[in-house]
Design a protein around this ligand. Sequence first.
Ligand SMILES: [Zn+2]
Length: 376
Amino acid sequence: MFKLIHQEKNSRARLGKISTSHGEIDTPCFMPVGTHATIKGLYPKDVLESGAQIMLSNTYHLFLRPGMDVIRKAGGLHKFISWDRPILTDSGGFQIFSLALLRKLSDKGVEFQSHIDGFRHFLSPEDIIDIQRDLGSDIIMPLDECVHYPCSRFQAEVAMQRTINWAKRSKRHKEENRGGPDKKQFLFGIVQGATYEDLRCACAKELVDMDFEGYSIGGVSVGEPSNLIYNMLDTTASLLPVQRPRYAMGIGYPQDILEAVERGVDMFDCVVPTRYGRNGTAFTSKGKVKIVNSPYIEDFEALDEKCSCYTCKTFSRAYLRHLFNAQEMLGLTLLSLHNVYFFLDLMRKIRGAIKDNCFLEFKNDFLEDYFSADLL
Ligand SMILES: [Zn+2]
């Protein structure tokens, strides 16, 4: 499934390739997030043309709406949304903990109320595997317990132990029940343990012993300071097998991605490109640009002179600002398109730098430019 292609000489950054039945993914990769099975505001063809090789979708949201009956009848998620490339789905754990109402957790699973209609549901780790089998996603996650930051050591340990038990049950269940629209699915183990180094180590060790097809680093970027995130990535990534992909869930901003790549992380996802795009903020090589600000009224330059996306090649900052001020849909689309392209392009450049053994130099140059001008 995963092939390590090149280990960078001066850092732990690495190049790899993930092969799935829907295509290959070059790593380090960024996965645009389609919460409701759509990358908000963008045509799938434009997401593909921007260089996306995989997208992420959320099991929790799809389970609630449109519901599994619809997706099963459509023949799986790829067919339902007309995306024939790889899809990764999360377990829904994070959304159950952050969105659902009245959660009740036990070793059996999680009972919760839908945030949409208040309807009660119970899902076991086995149910989560079955749902993702029917979705037919290429890479799937086991149910895990996420904790908030800060959280006590006791809480973190209970959640970690439950995550390990659920991972064990998920793996067993998947092995016993193959099938679904796409039979070949890769199940990752999720390393939890909050900010406690020894818990992270213990969790990683147990999961590695179970031999998953990849490993996720969960419970990071949940409000803790950056240096804690980097320490946890350091600790966790170094314990994971070299020949398996490593995925830092929910990371992040360009600077976080670079720090994680340096520590040997291969996969990333985050909603920020489209969320910021919809709110009028663009990520550029010179930092974040808030397009509605007054300096851009008569700025006829490209949004980012170093970017080759459709938005930057075609339109001026002044026009983009006008679209936002007039509350035109096109503004949201054009900024989201640029942001998604910007993140995917960053990954392309990262891969190029790793190949040439100059990742650290690239990282320093990028960050120097990125933080050089405060364009807000
Ligand atoms: Zn652009």
